[in-house]
Design a protein around this ligand. Sequence first.
Ligand code: HEC
Length: 299
Amino acid sequence: MKHTLLLPALACMLFGGLLSAAPLAPEGEAQSKEALLVTAAVFEFFEAKCNDCHGAQLAKPKGKFGYTMDLKRVAGNEEYVVPGEPDKSELYRLVNEDEMPGKDSEHGVANAAEKLALRQWIQLGAPSALPASLAAWQTELLNAHAPEPEKPKVGRTFFQHVSVWLGSFHAASTHFPIALLMVAVLSEALGWWTRKETWLTCTRFLLLLGAASAVNTAALGWLNAYSGVSSVYKFHQWLGTGTALWAVLTAGCAVLFECREGSPERARLRGALFLGAALVGLTGFLGGAIVYGLDYHNW
Ligand code: HEC
């Protein structure tokens, strides 16, 4: 039993070895001789009459169709080819009705043999396997890419350019939230010291401006095109973002609640303001440390 199977198997292997030495491209499709011939004919037709306008070598192929020699891709485009159905295939219609190649093409329209080959190719399911010599030539044609069109400098879009430019104001803008929140603490301290309600107006004013400028500074920070990644930088980034949020919350408390001297709301506001000023100071320190190192305040 084993021997009866072994012999035909051996024969197949030998025969297969001989066959694979024949010029067949290693494609996994049914490769009847007819399909191979028809595919080769279509390939040669495309090369002669389409490739000048639709080849991979073109930076701007006509009709944005630049892969005419890539039969597999052409066959896979269902807008062009319905495998097995030439009459439903736009590609066949274009060629059959002499729309492609256009009458002004220097190679002229497709002749009857070329039209027939294309029709048969689609009828056979639009196979892509080619005889080995053509397959090698196909690879060469498909790799003949046009040189990349020159990119505008650094590849930035206009909006990226604008946002990077805006981001460059981050460092300058940090002065506002730092100073405003610190002075708000001073105003609050004076209010506590003098027990005069009028200081609250001043605190509110400074706090509102401080919170707005903190949000602005944090936003510019995110736009800033800083390219380093250190843990100090990461910490600064998130602490700054958190500080801006904290300042907004604190300003909200100052506006929404009456905050009379001696009330729990006022005590809460004072605490929040104090913490906010500490946060903004720490964030500023870390921002400096990104550039100068953590020891830049050493005595
Ligand atoms: C002289 C240049 C030229 C040649 C040669 C040429 N074409 Fe075209 N082809 C064009 C132009 C130009 C368009 C765009 C026409 C349009 O969009 O109205 C186009 C469009 C196409 C499109 C439609 C693309 C799309 O998706 O809209 C297909 C398919 C096509 N050609 C196939 C072929 C085939 C197949 C051949 C060869 C048999 C061929 N062309 C030869 C110039 C050419």
